[in-house]
Write a protein of this length. Structure first.
Length: 254
């Protein structure tokens, strides 16, 4: 089982490095479809994501490609919202005993949303450039930013998915930033968000540390290899295939 998990981490890490499609959207449904408890899959994925995003955040901090003001406003909405989502999940487990069903259905719908988001980012990215909302200063959009953080943060706390893909699409549409700054800001905020949600899940026993360690053993070299080869493969066809796979996974879980 450990070798199989390491190989799975390697494959998913490779695909993330190659295409930029979010790892959680690929990893969490696979874990659930392999028979791992949905709450454990979500909690483990969040802590695993926190570790991988820490290294990305450090690199972008060094490169000065993080918009700290935007990270602050997004986190003000997303972190309390993600914590609330984990507490609600725990409530469902304690009183209604249908936590597994809630996670599976929520995950299914979010995967469909992520698949659509991935296709939009792949084929219609140009339509998001230069609109009137982008031209406003971030401070003037702080309540909108906090609100977006709250909505998407709740989704991440519930399913572990969307810390990259959904927030990236929102930032692409609402804020005028260089591509490197958009990526750096997205990763830095995602690190804070998944860390907060991961700590909450760990506190209620929803993290399998051996599973996480085995995934990291495979995914770290996988991401490095995929990133190295990404320039040699056409991104659009690969992202489209992955989006279709994510879409099918979403329908399967529902």
């Amino acid at each position: 089982m450990s070798i199989g998990i390491i190989v799975m981490g390697l494959i998913i890490g490779f695909l993330v490095g190659l295409t930029g499609v979010g790892g959680a959207a690929l990893l969490t449904p696979v874990l659930i479809l392999l028979g791992i408890n949905p709450a454990i899959a979500v909690g483990t994925d969040l802590v695993y994501n926190s570790i991988t995003k820490l290294f990305g955040s450090i690199q972008h901090w060094r490169q000065k490609t993080i918009n700290l003001q935007l990270v602050k406003y997004l986190a003000m909405g997303s972190i309390p919202s993600a914590i609330a989502a984990v507490l609600i999940l725990h409530l469902f487990d304690s009183f209604f005993h249908n936590q597994e069903l809630v996670i599976k259905h929520a995950l299914g719908y979010v995967l469909i949303l992520v698949a659509i988001t991935t296709l939009i980012k792949t084929f219609a990215k140009d339509k998001f450039e230069l609109n009137s909302i982008q031209l406003k200063p971030i401070r003037d959009k702080r309540f909108l930013t906090i609100g977006i953080g709250a909505i998407l943060g709740f989704i991440v706390g519930l399913t572990s998915i969307g810390s990259g893909s959904l927030f990236a699409l929102a930032m692409l549409y609402l804020y005028k930033m260089r591509p490197s700054e958009l990526v750096g800001t997205d990763i830095a905020h995602a690190f804070l968000l998944v860390s907060a949600a991961g700590i909450m899940h760990a506190g209620i026993g929803n993290v399998d540390y051996q599973l996480m360690f085995n995934l990291l053993l495979g995914s770290i070299p996988g991401v490095i290899l995929g990133s190295t080869l990404s320039a040699k493969f056409p991104a659009k066809p690969l992202r489209t295939i992955l989006a279709v796979i994510i879409l099918i996974s979403g329908f399967k879980l529902i």
